[in-house]
Write a new protein. Structure first.
Length: 456
């Protein structure tokens, strides 16, 4: 989540909420409007779709609501009508069908719940937004494209493709990878492709998502999320294209998925707990990250996170915990188990000095407390430009109870250049490691009470 330096995060959040509220209101009033409108038009429309409210099958094909899917026409209104109809359907099971063999263009939409029955949003065809910032409608949010809001009990699935058409957004001169002047950036918003906000009991399954302008998936304030067999791709140099970002999310499972992109495959933000990540093939990318946490002196709480049985390849990082100076709260109870690294630059890294503009970062007296971190069965190769293990903990708050077991990391080519690095990091080796780690401090620090720790 690297865009956060562009605007102070608090401001971002405020701005987002503002946009969200304005949009939600728009959408809301629009919804009422389109309802009365569509009620009237049933009898008079020259191209009469099937009777929407009496469909005993519970299948709501977007084409029945006027969508064309020729890759040119804007089908936004049809998607909205299909959603509203399915969402209000009294049937127990309802399927919104985006059929195979068609390409639908839809603008930024907020699909709002709660809905009456369970919903399956089945994308078998292709869904695309308008192509780039120039064609993005002026009154649409530039921060999000497909938004699901207050939905309980939905499955987003199908064999289709969500194509974010990100290229023109990545090409904006203000993007960080363009080496642009940070003070001259101005707004550089790009939409998140798929966003879930205040949702529960979700399944996301089988979809392919490519070239998102920004994050591919973002879940905020969601619980009971099951993500299975998804394929996310974006180029290695596409900025901020995190695969799946979680924020204030709990009871999340991410299984059997393949992600390659220009930022983290999965990033876990503040307020997340009980997250299980299994069988992910990640890379090229920036790896799987917890963080960044504690930006702008914020308090962050993250606990009970497991990443296991996964492959990380050709990535800048493997498994990473990153926090800013000045934060508070804690990251605790994290297990990284059975991860195969292939040519990864920082396979194992804790970075409590995370910062994007070197000159603006000063060391502070508080930090997010990192403890109870277990690395077990982490094997493979690393890119020798960086040390294979890096535990840089804050001066003011040490990391404690880092456990290493069955670590075997070899240079992918050439000779070992850097030894493992530790700073203010306490922990144990359960087995010998390759390369050997001798820099962890033994036991627990004298008195954790001497440190400025704000527990969660
Ligand atoms: C109603 O269901 C049938 C299948 O039984 C489907 O072909 C038709 O498109 C559905 N109507 C709507 C409005 O989705
Ligand atoms: C944006 O403006 C168009 C045309 O004025 C209007 O049809 C549409 O509903 C507006 N969209 C939003 C999200 O306000
Ligand atoms: C979760 O949603 C599914 C449908 O997607 C439904 O069958 C199930 O009953 C829901 N479970 C809970 C606990 O709400
Ligand atoms: C960065 O932008 C500022 C304000 O626009 C300008 O004063 C400064 O010269 C720029 N620096 C570089 C290196 O372009
Ligand atoms: C791991 O995920 C891949 C990709 O979805 C899948 O093909 C494979 O069967 C999964 N492996 C296991 C053991 O589930
Ligand atoms: C940790 O999370 C897992 C789900 O990933 C859950 O099954 C387990 O009960 C949680 N452990 C604790 C101590 O809450
Ligand atoms: C912050 O502290 C670390 C560890 O003591 C040190 O390596 C780094 O240079 C310091 N950074 C600044 C900006 O003072
Ligand atoms: C150290 O961390 C492990 C998890 O990695 C946990 O099971 C154990 O209880 C922790 N030990 C202490 C003393 O907190």
């Amino acid at each position: 989540m690297k865009h956060s330096h562009i605007l102070p995060q608090a401001f971002c959040l405020f701005f987002f909420i503002l946009i969200f509220l304005v949009q939600a209101r728009h959408h809301h009033s629009h919804k009422k409007h389109s309802h009365s409108h569509s009620h009237k038009s049933y009898g008079t429309s020259p191209q009469p779709p099937a009777p929407y409210y009496n469909n005993a099958s519970g299948i709501f094909d977007v084409r029945s609501f006027g969508a064309i899917g020729d890759g040119k026409k804007d089908d936004t209104e049809s998607f909205k009508m299909a959603w509203d109809t399915a969402c209000q359907s009294q049937l127990e099971d309802n399927v919104i069908l985006v059929p195979q063999g068609f390409s639908f263009i839809v603008q930024s939409i907020i699909f709002t719940g709660p809905c009456q029955g369970d919903l399956v949003f089945k994308v078998d065809g292709t869904v695309m937004p308008p192509d780039g910032p120039e064609s993005w409608p002026k009154n649409n949010s530039r921060r999000q494209w497909l938004v699901f809001y207050r939905i309980n009990g939905m499955s987003l699935e199908g064999s289709g493709l969500i194509d974010g058409r990100g290229q023109k957004w990545w090409d904006l001169p203000c993007k960080p990878h363009k080496g642009s002047n940070v003070t001259a950036l101005g707004p550089c918003d790009s939409p998140i492709a798929i966003r879930f906000f205040m949702c529960s009991n979700l399944t996301v399954q089988g979809l392919k998502v490519k070239n998102s302008p920004q994050f591919n998936f973002r879940f905020d304030d969601c619980k009971k999320v099951y993500i299975e067999s998804i394929y996310i791709t974006a180029p290695k140099l596409s900025p901020n294209t995190d695969g799946i970002h979680l924020e204030n999310a709990n009871d999340v499972k991410i299984y059997n998925s393949v992600i390659s992109n220009g930022d983290d495959c999965v990033s876990i933000g503040s307020g997340c707990y009980d997250v299980d990540i299994k069988n992910i093939t990640c890379g090229p990318s920036h790896g799987i990250s917890i963080g960044s946490l504690g930006n702008h002196n914020s308090k962050a709480c993250v606990s009970n996170i497991t990443v296991r049985d996964s492959i990380i390849k050709m990535s800048d990082n493997g498994v990473r915990i990153k926090t800013w100076q000045g934060g508070s709260g804690s990251v605790s109870g994290v297990t990284f188990n059975n991860i195969n690294m292939i040519s990864v630059r920082n396979p194992i890294i804790i970075d409590q000095f995370y910062c994007l503009t070197k000159e603006h970062c000063t060391n502070k007296t508080s930090a997010v407390f990192v403890s109870n971190i277990l690395y077990t069965d982490i094997k493979g190769t690393y890119d020798i430009r960086s040390p294979p293990m890096h535990f840089a903990c804050s001066d003011s708050v040490p990391c404690t109870n880092i456990t290493l077991s069955d670590i075997e990391l070899l240079p992918s080519q050439g000779d070992i250049v850097y030894d493992p690095f530790c700073w203010n990091a306490y922990g144990d080796l359960e087995t010998l490691t390759i390369p050997p780690v001798s820099c962890l401090l033994v036991g627990t620090p004298q008195s954790l009470l001497d440190y400025d720790i704000d527990h969660c």
